[in-house]
Design a protein around this ligand. Structure first.
Ligand SMILES: [Zn+2]
Length: 118
């Protein structure tokens, strides 16, 4: 296991977790992710495994449709470091572009059919 550190753009929201080497990611096709355009982790992390350090009131949260998934974003810079998934509430996927030392363009990216998930 390796330790990964991540943050939003301005640094108000920081997070860390342990995971195997990250060699791939996914792009979700749902109406929100399509607009957002970031590559997400294929693995998920429980709330206990995702160590979040955010300044008070730094984070906003957006929900739509079934209001199960929780899309978190930084109030200052607008970057969305992680989300809580639809299929496994309580489990988080992280925005791979937020991670230190990870070059998203070098990862194998698969499509996730979020558009037809519900
Ligand atoms: Zn920020």
């Amino acid at each position: 296991m390796k330790k990964f550190n991540g943050s939003c753009h301005c640094g108000s929201v920081k997070f860390s977790f342990e995971e195997e080497d990250i060699t791939s990611g996914m792009r979700c096709t749902c109406s929100y992710c399509e607009r957002r355009g970031s590559a997400l982790s294929k693995f998920t992390l429980s709330k206990d495994d995702l160590n979040i350090k955010a300044e008070d009131d730094a984070m906003g949260m957006y929900q739509f449709d079934t209001k199960i998934a929780k899309h978190f974003f930084c109030h200052s810079c607008g970057i969305h470091p992680f989300l809580e998934t639809v299929r496994a509430p309580g489990q988080f996927r992280v925005n791979l572009g937020c991670l230190d030392g990870i070059d998203v363009d070098k990862l194998e990216i698969v499509l996730f059919d979020g558009k037809n998930l519900l």
